[in-house]
Design a protein around this ligand. Structure first.
Ligand SMILES: [Zn+2]
Length: 210
């Protein structure tokens, strides 16, 4: 008869619906989803912390110019205007647009930065084979993946550029290039470092041997 510890080593509770599922082997390939609620429990590839940590660092470095350098340059009848992502958020913080400004601050600056920070912390622990960091890091990583919306913002910029193209000359600025690359790198890390898979890897590193 298996003991409680042996049971928890072979079974895993789905974080969304709580269904007890048998754990896949660490070497198992292919993405793995909960059969009941379709929550993704594992990516299609094995998780390698070092390259993902490097991508997270590169994305973090690119975030600085992405926030501070001009995103777009608008030129109409000799009038030349340009603004960075940070300028746009600050400009929206006044008067009627305050709620929109706060929403932008939360989804475009705070959450992506928390996402980078938590992903970096968890991948660093996986790389150094450290014990599983405190639970808040994993919670932050899970929630920031849902609330960081820079990719949607990029789509908005693309639409705005197409629409404004008829009225003025719109030139993409260096901030936009940095933002695109930073977002692509973050999406790669998010796809390859599924929270459940990362958590299992971190737990497995410090599980007592058989
Ligand atoms: Zn489920």
């Amino acid at each position: 008869m298996p003991t409680q510890t042996q049971k928890s080593a072979t079974l895993l509770a789905c974080p969304d619906c709580g269904t007890q599922l048998p754990r896949p082997a660490m070497s198992a390939r292919g993405s793995w989803r909960c059969p009941r609620c379709d929550c993704q429990l594992s990516g299609a590839w094995s998780l390698k912390p070092e390259p993902l940590l490097a991508l997270t660092l590169a994305s973090a470095v690119l975030w600085v110019p992405a926030l501070t350098q001009p995103l777009l340059k608008l030129d109409k009848l000799g009038l030349d205007r340009h603004a960075s992502l940070l300028d746009s958020v600050v400009a929206l913080m006044h008067g009627l647009y305050l709620p929109a400004g706060l929403l932008l601050l939360f989804t475009l600056i705070i959450m992506p930065l928390i996402n980078l920070l938590s992903a970096g912390r968890l991948l660093w622990a996986a790389h150094r084979q450290q014990p599983m960091p405190a639970r808040p890091w994993m919670t932050l990583y899970r929630h920031s993946r849902e609330w960081a919306m820079t990719d949607i913002f990029l789509l908005g910029i693309l639409i705005a550029m197409t629409k404004l193209g008829d009225l003025a000359t719109v030139t993409p600025g260096p901030g936009l290039f940095c933002l695109v690359v930073a977002v692509v790198l973050r999406l790669i890390v998010e796809t390859l470092a599924q929270p459940e898979q990362l958590q299992r890897q971190l737990e497995a590193q410090h599980a007592p041997g058989p």
